[in-house]
Design a protein around this ligand. Structure first.
Ligand code: PEP
Ligand code: MN
Length: 338
């Protein structure tokens, strides 16, 4: 249920109502909007809570949340959420660009690409230190050494570091180095991991599982929000279909669909979404045209030498041209940047 408080409710009244919600055995999420404050009262539906809450003097009305995802729903919070990390802003009119290699491979590689993507206009640096690889014999990442290199690249460039965390036991360590925690597609339904990242003060970039429905995707985000972390970015990265000409099938309808249902920002990863570098620039501009709040793009100083995902990785020069095109599309649609 959404408990809509009266327009001029004081902080004390908000806190009193939140306690009242908890006394009824429900979890209270206080959501401060520009117009008014609401409390999302989440929990198993029983009888009578709605009337009990409605009768409180600070309450204007109580409305049920129809969507299965409660805190993520636009019904709970109509204003878009802006996710911020250093100079990276995603959502609410901000288009955030995150770029970098699939894997952190070494100091020279990550420093070079960080400088190059920064120069082109990226605000976030991606790079896997812990890599979820299909084969156990493939490169698994530089692990903590990779995190140290990412932190050094942030030190020099000011870019926000976005990197994947694969297990609850690593959340604390990865959060010490990263500005945004990435949950990979394979882990979208790893509920303990989602809860663990929900407990740390770091934004989370949640990728869609390749076979997840939209409701499953939003409910995965709900696991993070339910722990109190409101800084969640959704990322479409392609799904598994019968089609084999691309690595995955990239459904851009995800963008407007999600934006109708959630206040959370929506990004697109055209690199994993296509698996083919030459398709990436067009999918970037198409995603911006579809209304996405940012892009996650694999860029390497020399994609032919990349230890992972070279075939879908673009060069810094192509990245710079692509961002230029994206800016034009955004401007044509009256959308800002930055
Ligand atoms: C990645 O971004 O490097 C990655 C592994 O992506 P996904 O989880 O979408 O496969
Ligand atoms: Mn990759």
């Amino acid at each position: 249920m959404i408990v809509v408080l009266k327009r001029h409710a004081t902080q004390e009244q908000v806190e009193r109502m939140a306690r009242r919600v908890e006394e009824l055995g429900l979890k209270a999420h206080v959501i401060v909007g520009t117009e008014r404050t609401v409390i999302a009262a989440i929990g198993e539906k029983r009888n009578g809570e709605q009337q009990k809450l409605e009768s409180c003097e600070e309450v204007e009305r109580v409305v049920p949340i129809l969507a299965p995802y409660k805190v993520a729903s636009v019904e709970t919070k109509p204003e878009p959420t802006v996710v911020r990390a250093l100079d990276l802003a995603v959502g609410g009119g901000h288009i955030g660009m995150i770029a970098g290699p699939c894997s952190v491979e070494g100091e020279e590689q990550i420093m070079q690409v960080a400088r190059q993507v920064k120069e082109a206009g990226a605000k976030g640096l991606r790079g896997g230190a812990f890599k979820p690889r299909t084969s156990p014999y493939s490169f698994q990442g530089l692990k903590e050494k990779g995190l140290e290199l990412l932190a050094a690249a942030r030190e020099e460039t000011g870019l926000a570091v976005v990197t994947e965390v694969m297990t609850p036991g690593h959340v604390e360590m990865v959060a010490r180095y990263a500005d945004v925690l990435q949950i990979g597609a394979r882990n979208m339904q790893n509920y303990h991991l989602l809860q663990a990242v929900g407990e740390v003060p770091r934004p989370v970039l949640l990728k869609r599982g390749p076979s997840a429905t939209m409701d499953e995707f939003l409910l995965a985000a709900e696991y993070i929000l339910d722990q109190g972390n409101q800084q969640v970015i959704l990322c479409e990265r392609g799904i598994r279909t019968f089609e084999t000409h691309t690595r995955f099938t990239l459904p851009l309808a995800t963008v407007p669909y999600l934006k109708q249902r959630t206040h959370l920002p929506v990004m697109v990863d055209p690199s994993h979404g296509t698996g083919i570098a030459s398709l990436v620039p067009s999918m970037c501009t198409a995603a911006i045209a579809a209304g996405c709040d940012g892009l996650l793009i694999e860029v390497h100083p020399d994609p032919s030498k990349a230890v992972s995902d070279g075939a879908q990785t673009i060069t810094p020069a192509v990245f710079a041209q692509t961002l230029e095109q994206c800016r034009k599309v955004a401007a044509a649609l009256g959308r800002g940047e930055g």
